[in-house]
Design a protein around this ligand. Structure first.
Ligand code: CP
Ligand code: NVA
Length: 310
């Protein structure tokens, strides 16, 4: 099976076996790195990284990953590109495609990532759009597999605001035969189209995707409880209203008592202690968040190596 030359924009576009291929290579690259072995799979290759939004993990893990694979990554803030002065996404894509071997983009509009893929002629990786965060979901799958020994049959409860991270987790769970429950209040549920497509995918893998407005019901017996910020990038003006609406969905010790005894807590980070999660949970023994952040590096190296395979 070859993933060569493809873009990585939505997990919908990848079948179960292809996602397992990425996870297997990620584990191998992780083991290799631990043993001090760096394979120059992308010698001489360049990744252009367009950022319309802030980033710590995505920026640094892609850049370090390219270096470890023998290639180079360019940080391109949209503020400094001619995009900021009105050059179109399509022209930017056409031009960058003549210089770099692949593009990673973090955007507001999901359509911007799609346009980059349509016009650049090189693989485009979605490093988070308002709709999806597929690299995060891949790191989450690797983390769950490492901590729980399997993916199929795992019960994952996502509580809080349904956002880009939730959408990609729903797609990932649907592909991998997981049981995903989203606990969000009315008005903060997932995108209807993402939900119905994820449910169609789930029907084929034995997965289930359920919604529950009651946070206690959502986390009941869960193997994994997942939280993310209540105000994503671009929603800063709604922050106070969101905190008020989402407070009952905070992941704290009391909520976690309804989950499985060996539940792990996950969060894509950055976190807001005292809002979507309490400090004792995120800094406690069940938290997997730093391993999860580390796994961004390994899965993204696998994605890069497969899309850019010689
Ligand atoms: N989780 C994540 O994507 O983090 P950054 O915003 O720091 O890249
Ligand atoms: N949902 C968050 C994720 C940040 C990594 C956001 O879009 O801001």
């Amino acid at each position: 099976m070859s993933l060569r030359g493809r873009s990585f924009i939505s997990l919908h576009e990848y079948d179960t076996e292809e996602l397992h291929t990425i996870l297997r290579l990620a584990s191998r690259l992780k083991d290799d790195l631990r043993m001090g072995k760096r394979e120059p799979l992308l010698n001489g290759r360049t990744l252009g990284m367009i950022f319309q939004k802030s980033s710590t993990r995505t920026r640094v893990s892609f850049e370090a990953g390219m270096t470890q694979l023998g290639g180079h990554a360019l940080f391109l803030s949209s503020q400094d590109l001619q995009l900021n002065r009105g050059e179109t996404v399509a022209d930017t894509a056409r031009v960058l495609g003549r210089y770099v071997d692949a593009i990673m983009a973090r955007t507001y509009a999901h359509a911007d990532v799609e346009q980059l893929a349509q016009h650049s002629g090189v693989p485009v990786i979605n490093g988070l759009s308002d709709l999806l965060h597929p690299c995060q979901a891949m790191a989450d799958l690797l983390t769950i597999q490492e901590k729980k020994g399997r993916l199929a049959g795992i019960q994952l409860a996502y509580v809080g605001d349904s956002n880009n991270v939730t959408h990609s987790l729903m797609q990932a769970g649907a592909r991998m035969g997981m049981h995903v429950r989203v606990g969000s209040p009315a008005g903060f549920g997932p995108d209807a189209e993402v939900l119905s497509r994820a449910r169609r995918m789930a029907a084929r893998s034995g997965a289930t995707i359920e919604l529950d407005e009651d946070p206690v019901a959502a986390v009941r017996d869960a193997d994994v409880v997942y939280a993310d910020t209540w105000a994503s990038m671009g929603q800063e003006a709604e922050r106070e209203a969101r905190i008020e609406a989402l407070s009952p969905y905070q992941v704290n010790e009391a909520l976690l008592r309804h989950a499985s005894d060996d539940v792990i807590f996950m969060h894509c980070l950055p976190a807001h202690r005292g809002e979507e999660v309490t400090a004792d949970v995120i800094d406690g023994p069940r938290s997997a968040v730093i391993d999860e952040a580390e796994n961004r590096l390994h899965v993204q190296k696998a994605i890069l190596a497969l899309l850019l395979a010689a």
